[in-house]
Design a protein around this ligand. Structure first.
Ligand code: GDP
Length: 303
């Protein structure tokens, strides 16, 4: 229900546009398909996907001899669901936790996308599941980042491992791992800096942090989650490309879906980058993080 509510902006915008299109055309012709392309692109479902979808629809309309736009409407949703639930896409991809010991989850992404908030929300969820969670304040660059994570830690009753602003993130990470070991923690959630203005530095810093984790715990990090802001639309796609070029991103947390009419971006990411979306953010509260279920999502968006 929350899922559906979180997608309501996208759904109502999309269906309003679609209804409007159907009302305007009534009969299906070439112009109809052109306008349909625009509607789909404006929902940020991704240009490649739109092209694929519309080509298929044109074929299918011919094959089934569909002339009325209203009859095509149903088919549009059906085809969208089909495209996105094709093959592996149907599966929910869970967090990759190490059942035999400490799990390390690294969060990456540019400033302002909701990284800190998502770490707090996930920490809350894992704690609810009975896991012992520790947070690592690895964003030592942005003013206030350490304190902000500290606030989340207090709110949910989870310890935050930190050093002062400007310190070496790799050293903080090392501290975090030692603390996790001595406290017998199950999961370590690690924040990282998100300045993209200096891409080379950022990426070097990330590699260094990752090397510390890999050296200390074979097989870690168990997940590298890229946090993306759904309200930035295609920009999120560009960020995803940039990060996945330099880091092995194993999953995506897509935030602020509640605040956008462009929820189709999830589908574009999934389809064009082939990185599973693992969680979606549907609000600012600690309970507003949901595991991503592709099927439910597509139905929530378009049905
Ligand atoms: P960071 O710089 O990436 O760590 O971003 P923050 O965690 O500080 O989040 C930036 C802003 O986005 C804050 O005001 C958050 O409350 C807000 N935010 C984060 N996730 C969500 C979400 O899923 N929905 C909404 N509506 N706001 C969010």
């Amino acid at each position: 229900d929350k899922y559906k509510a979180g997608l309501s902006k996208t759904r109502s915008s999309f269906s309003a546009k679609l209804n409007d299109l159907v009302a305007r055309y009534r009969k299906v012709d070439e112009d109809f398909f052109e306008d349909l392309e625009e509607v789909l692109i404006s929902a940020d479902v991704g240009v490649n996907t739109v092209m694929e979808l519309v080509a298929e629809l044109e074929l299918e309309a011919k094959r089934q001899n569909i002339k009325d736009a209203i009859d095509l409407k149903e088919l549009i949703s059906e085809k969208l669901v089909e495209i996105y639930t094709d093959g592996d896409y149907t599966a929910e991809v869970p967090l990759n936790l190490n059942s035999a010991g400490l799990s390390v989850i690294l969060f990456v992404g540019v400033n302002g996308v909701g990284k800190t908030t998502s770490i707090g929300k996930l920490a809350y969820q894992l704690k609810q599941e009975g896991k012992k969670v520790l947070l690592v304040a690895g964003d030592t660059f942005r003013a206030g980042a350490i304190e902000q994570l500290g606030v989340w830690g207090e709110r949910i009753g989870v310890e935050v491992i930190k050093q002062s602003e400007g310190s070496d993130p790799a050293a903080v990470m090392y501290d975090g791992i030692q603390a996790a070991r001595s406290r017998g923690a199950d999961v370590l959630l690690c924040d990282t800096a998100g300045r993209l203005q200096n891409k080379v530095n950022l990426m070097n810093e990330l590699s260094k942090v990752k090397r510390v984790i890999e050296r200390e715990i074979p097989g870690a990090p168990h997940d590298v989650l890229l946090v993306l802001d759904a309200t930035t639309g295609q920009n999120a796609l560009v960020q995803a490309k940039t990060f996945s070029e330099t880091t092995d991103v194993t999953g995506i947390v897509l935030t602020k879906l509640d605040g956008t009419a462009k929820g189709g971006i999830v589908l574009a990411i999934r389809k064009e980058l082939n990185i599973p979306v693992k969680y979606v953010g549907l609000g600012e509260q600690m309970t507003d993080l949901e595991k991503f279920d592709p099927n439910a999502f597509v139905y929530g968006l378009f049905a």
